[in-house]
Design a protein around this ligand. Structure first.
Ligand code: G1P
Ligand code: ZN
Length: 566
């Protein structure tokens, strides 16, 4: 039976501007008639592809589609299928039940050479009808669309007058299989895939599973290494079951919250000390050698050692950089390291020692992709619990955990010993981030303008700021801008930086991923060569006070305390 395309009139919706990683809004906004359709039509319109009409067999007119299983995922997958069918896309690879982790989408795009993929997620933000949803486009390299493309998508959403859809197309996305449809005489294919399979194959090509298995199960030389892996009811559940239990021999008690739920069971699926407090408490009070948690869509990770010894993401990146020899994927070495600007600079010291080029890019994973595609970057990370390598073009939570297990299996050291050795070797960049969530947007913008004016005034350089016995002298104040070394594109106003003479840094920026109000992020990074075992909050107190003083943050936001401290 041939299905017909319908052209429907619509009008633009204001403010559909994709942020740090796609369009994130409240679920109910996506439920307004035409809203999701408009955005998907605009993505398909901006997607660079061989004109399907030019030849019936135009190569590669295929997209990957999947999401983290949050409320609205499955219905939006059906909408995407119907709109793609109407717009000449030839094939879709869809995760069963619409489920695909963000790293798995990146993996599938690359493995199947598709034009790109559409990811349905609001990452670490809560799910359910009263919470968040998001739509993100990833390009042919597997990474988030660059600014030029998100700008183009946004432009289309401001001008849209109609979208095309095949309303009668019904695809059984709950059953793995190949489905073919006739759309007004043209073939359209949907392949529903097992969400886990391709990703597991990739992990097996990167790590020595046997070695990690004997660490977890124990050997005559070593008692079993107890892990506790928390999927926070997000998308990683099925991946964790398959990899940690079926492949690596962990017991079912070693994994928790592994059923993806539409509302994440009420959890805020962000693997940090606040929102993953359950894991932190369980590991603190139990007999666990390593705890790990992943966010809703599986790209973020938090690593804990025995007694919940916390590994700061910036340190995690530095440790991986220094131990790449423990991971078979890197047997020929690395091609450069990178971190986002606010990320603590611990990895810079490793890069210097190993003579690796170090790149500092704006916040958001999309900036790493160009460097990786040009073979200039192998390993990168962000302070926001994101770590990854050029095996895909997204950060990857499970990969980070397997990397840590590889290091432990190879060195025989505990998580805490690995960190202590690292600090003794390189010194320590104490790091903390304060988040002030859901503030009023206008006062935050005023604060940013005020601080920018202040710190870019020439008289700011050389000023001394004192708290207690500590004095910091300003070396530089600016609003970070970045020129991409590969395509020379420029990103301006990426965050306010105050850098002091001793290398300590204060960074202030507004989040680009929130779905309501504004979130202020304050980052503090300070290096100590010798005093490496202190408590980060105590060590950083003077610099935090200086930051609050310079920014007048309490006055502008009306907040005495941050919502989250990392
Ligand atoms: C946040 C993080 C950033 C990360 C992004 C997507 O963005 O800070 O590092 O890439 O989420 O996970 P922000 O809200 O700060 O713009
Ligand atoms: Zn995420």
């Amino acid at each position: 039976m041939s299905l017909s395309i319908e052209v429907r009139s619509t009008q633009p919706f204001a403010g559909q501007k994709p942020g740090t990683s796609g369009l994130r809004k409240k679920v109910r906004e996506f439920m307004q008639p035409g809203y999701t359709e408009n955005f998907v039509q605009s993505i398909v319109g901006a997607c660079p592809r061989p004109q399907a009409s030019a030849s019936a067999s135009a190569p590669g007119s295929c997209l990957v589609v999947g999401g983290d299983g949050r409320f609205l995922c499955a219905p939006v997958v059906h909408t995407i299928v119907r709109i793609c069918a109407a717009n000449g896309i030839e094939k879709l690879l869809v995760g069963q039940n619409g489920i695909l982790s963000t790293p798995a989408v990146s993996c599938l795009i690359r493995a199947h050479n598709t034009l790109g993929g559409i990811v349905l997620t609001a990452s670490h933000n809560p799910g359910g009808i009263d919470n968040d949803f998001g739509i993100k486009f990833n390009c042919a390299n597997g990474g988030p669309a660059p600014d030029q493309m998100t700008d183009e998508i946004y432009n289309l959403t401001t001008k849209i007058t109609q979208y095309k859809i095949v309303p009668d197309l019904v695809c059984p996305i709950d059953k793995v299989g190949q489905y073919t449809f006739d759309i007004q005489g043209k073939k359209f294919e949907v392949e529903v895939v097992d969400p886990v399979e391709g990703y597991v194959t990739l992990m097996k090509s990167i790590f020595e599973f046997d070695r990690i298995k004997s660490l977890i199960c124990g050997s005559p030389q070593r008692k079993p290494f107890n892990v506790l892996i928390d999927s926070m009811n997000g998308v990683t559940g099925p991946y964790v079951k398959r990899i940690f239990v079926d492949e690596l021999g962990a017991s079912l008690e070693s994994i928790t919250r592994t059923v993806p739920l539409e509302d994440f069971g009420g959890a805020h699926p962000d693997p940090n000390l606040t929102y993953a407090a359950d894991l932190v408490n369980t590991v603190k009070n139990g007999d666990y050698d390593l705890g790990a948690a992943f966010d809703g869509d599986g790209d973020r990770n938090m690593i804990l050692g025995r007694n919940s010894f916390f590994v700061t993401p910036s340190d995690s990146l530095a440790v991986l950089a220094d131990n790449l020899n423990c991971i078979p994927y890197f047997k020929n070495g690395a091609n450069g390291f990178a971190r986002s600007m606010p990320t603590g600079s611990a990895v810079d010291r490793v890069a210097e020692k190993l003579k690796q080029t170090m790149y500092e890019v704006p916040t958001g994973w999309k900036y790493f992709g160009n460097l990786m595609d040009a073979n200039k970057l192998s390993l990168c990370g962000e302070e926001s619990f994101g770590t990854g390598s050029d095996h895909i073009r997204e950060k990857d939570g499970i990969w980070a955990c397997l990397s840590w297990l590889s290091i432990i299996a190879n060195t025989g050291k505990s998580v805490e010993e690995v960190l202590n050795n690292h600090w003794n070797k390189y010194g320590r960049n104490y790091f903390t981030r304060y988040d002030y969530e859901d503030c009023a947007a206008d006062v935050c913008n005023q604060m940013m303008d005020y601080v920018e004016k202040k710190i870019t005034d020439p008289s700011f350089v050389g000023k001394d700021f004192t708290f207690g016995s500590k004095t910091y002298r300003v070396k530089l104040g600016d609003n970070f801008s970045y020129v991409d070394p590969i395509d020379k594109s420029v990103a301006t106003k990426q965050g306010l930086r105050i850098i002091f003479e001793d290398g300590s840094r204060i960074i202030l920026r507004l989040s680009g991923t929130g779905s309501s109000g504004a979130t202020v992020r304050l980052y503090i990074d300070s290096y100590e060569a010798v005093d490496v075992t202190g408590d980060a909050q105590v060590m950083l107190k003077p610099l935090i006070e200086v930051a609050l003083q310079i920014s007048d943050l309490k006055k502008y936001t009306g907040r005495d305390q941050p919502t989250v401290i990392t």
